[in-house]
Design a protein around this ligand. Structure first.
Ligand SMILES: Nc1ncnc2c1ncn2[C@@H]1O[C@H](COP(=O)(O)OP(=O)(O)O)[C@@H](O)[C@H]1O
Ligand SMILES: [Mg+2]
Length: 209
């Protein structure tokens, strides 16, 4: 399948799907979801921003489950693994053309996860020390998110892969990051409830805009 310009209809259907996924999540029971229920409107506003974009760049085949764990550092550079896509989706959805920023969002989110996982898995819960370590972790994640994003934009240059304006590009990235964090909340509630605070923190923070 060849790359296609992202149409207004495509942007609208992404916003619809993202909002539907959020509402499916919020339809479930659980006190952990209460703070997210309260800021639903802000998250939805991030999805709705797609509807007003002047353009969305190109839609291409995407990895679909791109994160740090899917990249191996080898002697000759980075190798990307595991192209089976997002496990929860059906095959047609995994094959559908989508925004390259969907994968970029996955990688950006996983930088947050890397910092938080180091704390969750490797440290004793000493509250005072934990707070200082959390700040360091946040600073590490933020610095790496910025570096990755800057390098990505520099590499793309003025190729039509991305929307024509920096503002639209950021709005597109933000929508996919919010969507990924919504997915993560559902995943954590199902698999590791202790970790649900991690994506929630990002969403309650307004997606770190
Ligand atoms: N060729 C390889 N050499 C070294 N490690 C690998 C290789 N392929 C996979 N791995 C390791 O196995 C992990 C799981 O592989 P992956 O293809 O991502 O499968 P899945 O995530 O579906 O279980 C990777 O994150 C990586 O650490
Ligand atoms: Mg994998």
């Amino acid at each position: 399948m060849r790359a296609q310009p992202v149409s207004a209809a495509m942007l609208g259907s992404w916003a619809d799907a993202m909002t539907r996924e959020l509402d499916q999540l919020l339809g479930g029971a659980g006190a952990a979801l209460e703070p997210l229920r309260e800021c639903r409107a802000e998250v939805v506003a991030g999805f709705d921003a797609l509807r007003g974009l002047g353009g969305g760049g190109l839609a291409i085949r995407v990895h679909g489950d791109y994160h740090l764990g899917q990249a191996l550092r080898t002697d000759t550079g980075w190798t990307v693994l595991d192209f089976e896509g997002e496990p929860a989706l059906g095959v047609p959805e995994r094959r559908a053309l989508s925004s390259p920023l969907r994968d970029v969002a996955g990688l950006l989110r996983s930088l947050d996860y890397a910092a938080a996982a180091a704390l969750m898995e490797r440290t004793e819960p000493d509250p005072e020390r934990l707070e200082a370590l959390r700040r360091q972790g946040d600073a590490w994640a933020e610095a790496n998110r910025r570096l990755f994003w800057g390098a990505y934009l520099a590499r793309v240059g003025d190729h039509p892969l991305l929307p024509g304006s920096a503002e639209d590009t950021l709005a597109l990235r933000r929508a996919w990051e919010l969507r990924k964090a919504v997915y993560e909340v559902g995943y954590e509630l199902g698999h590791r409830p202790d970790w649900v605070g991690l994506p929630l923190r990002f969403l309650l923070d307004g997606g770190r805009s």
